[in-house]
Ligand binder design. Structure first.
Ligand code: BG6
Length: 363
């Protein structure tokens, strides 16, 4: 399409005017196809006139990651390997593949949303403070994080993919993926994926980032949970802290937009029992302004020529570099684990975290 626009003279702007290319994901299906697409697009449009859409970046709560981290003083000092035990990024959906069999089969959940939305969430959670909010400064920081990502050596132990089987969702019986209209009944496409990554830099070395996504899970929820280390010593009787978990800061991306802080508190009474409590910030309660839809914001930014919320070509390529070895491994090793629709994914994903002595949050 881009080449045809050029051929028919539609890509060159008239004087004092501009022409921009807005490209919706998927941006390729692996590194090679993404590079090829970037080459073709850049032959026709100048780099600054190309806007690649990742609609998660248009969400208020995603932009708020930067405000939370860089407009405050209380979070950043503990936002590092000295205090953070691990980070869990979850994008769960209750829907199945709907009418999108043609696109989805053969692509799967990791290419559909980890390569773009979840790696962008991870990058924003992990970046250093950008020198300014100029697009180039923000991209420079995201590129540093994406290029520092390290995959686990044993992909069999630290990645899991699944496929939904029949089950119940919202009181209705639903079919399994292989019985959906238009799906090849022997398909090995993943509708669930969980992966463990590390970021090799001074701030994050040794802190695992667990990313998971799936269709037909218990409910629709996207969140980033920064889980802190346990206190080095607890000066209480052991029974008193039996129900004390780890402190956590949870950025609730959707649908119940806000931030939750979880910490221990004394249970009222004569004994000294400490239990987890939460403190909540909810957009709906704090602001009267409503959030614009992600696409509303992004399309406005395209018209204004503001590239801050659009991934650049290097980010897209680096994200494929992270995912490609995992997809290759999955292609040559077995098939996806089945999980019942309406649940929280395959048991293998729970085992993956249990091996690290951790467990997934039940959002
Ligand atoms: C899209 C994926 O990018 O994001 C879909 O292709 C997914 O599979 C959708 O359902 C989810 O978007 P949102 O904004 O509803 O979380």
């Amino acid at each position: 399409m881009v080449q045809q626009l050029k051929k028919h003279g539609l890509a060159d702007p008239p004087q004092n005017s501009w022409r921009r290319a807005v490209i919706e994901k998927p941006f390729g299906h692996d590194l090679e196809s993404a590079q090829e697409l970037n080459r073709i697009v850049h032959e026709v449009f100048p780099r600054d006139e190309v806007f690649r859409i990742d609609h998660y970046l248009g969400k208020e709560t995603v932009q708020n990651i930067l405000a939370l981290r860089f407009a405050n003083t209380m979070f950043e000092p503990i936002w590092n390997r000295s205090y953070v035990d691990h980070v869990q990024i979850t994008m769960a959906e209750d829907i199945g593949i709907g009418g999108r069999a043609g696109y989805y089969d053969g692509i799967g959940s990791a290419r559909d949303v980890i390569q773009n939305h979840l790696l962008q969430l991870m990058a924003l959670t992990a970046i250093e403070e950008p020198a300014s909010f100029h697009p180039k400064a923000l991209v420079a920081e995201k590129l540093k994080v994406l290029s520092a990502v390290k995959l686990p050596e044993d992909l069999g132990k630290h990645t899991v993919r699944g496929q939904y089987a029949a089950g119940w969702q919202g009181g209705e019986e639903v079919v399994g993926y292989l019985d959906e209209d238009g799906i090849n009944p022997t398909s090995k496409t993943d509708t669930y994926a969980a992966i463990k990554l590390e970021i090799n830099n001074r701030r994050w070395a040794g802190v695992p980032f667990y990313l998971r996504t799936g269709k037909r899970l218990g409910r629709r929820v996207t969140e980033i949970a920064v889980v802190f280390q346990r206190a080095p010593y607890l000066p209480f009787d052991s029974y008193a802290t039996e129900e004390l978990g780890q402190n956590a800061l949870v950025i609730r991306v959707q649908p119940d937009e806000g931030v939750t802080v979880r910490f221990g508190s004394k249970v009222p009474g004569t004994s000294f029992e400490v239990r987890d409590v939460t403190m909540d910030f909810a957009y709906g309660e704090s602001f009267t302004e409503s959030s614009p839809e992600a696409y509303e914001r992004l399309i406005l930014d395209v018209l204004l020529g503001d590239a801050n919320l659009f991934p650049r070509h290097q980010e897209v390529e680096l994200s494929w570099e992270i995912l490609d070895p995992i997809e290759k491994y999955w292609d040559t090793h077995g098939k996806p684990a089945q999980y019942p629709a309406g649940g929280w994914g395959p048991v293998e994903a729970d085992e993956m975290l249990a091996r690290d002595g951790r467990s997934w949050r039940r959002p």
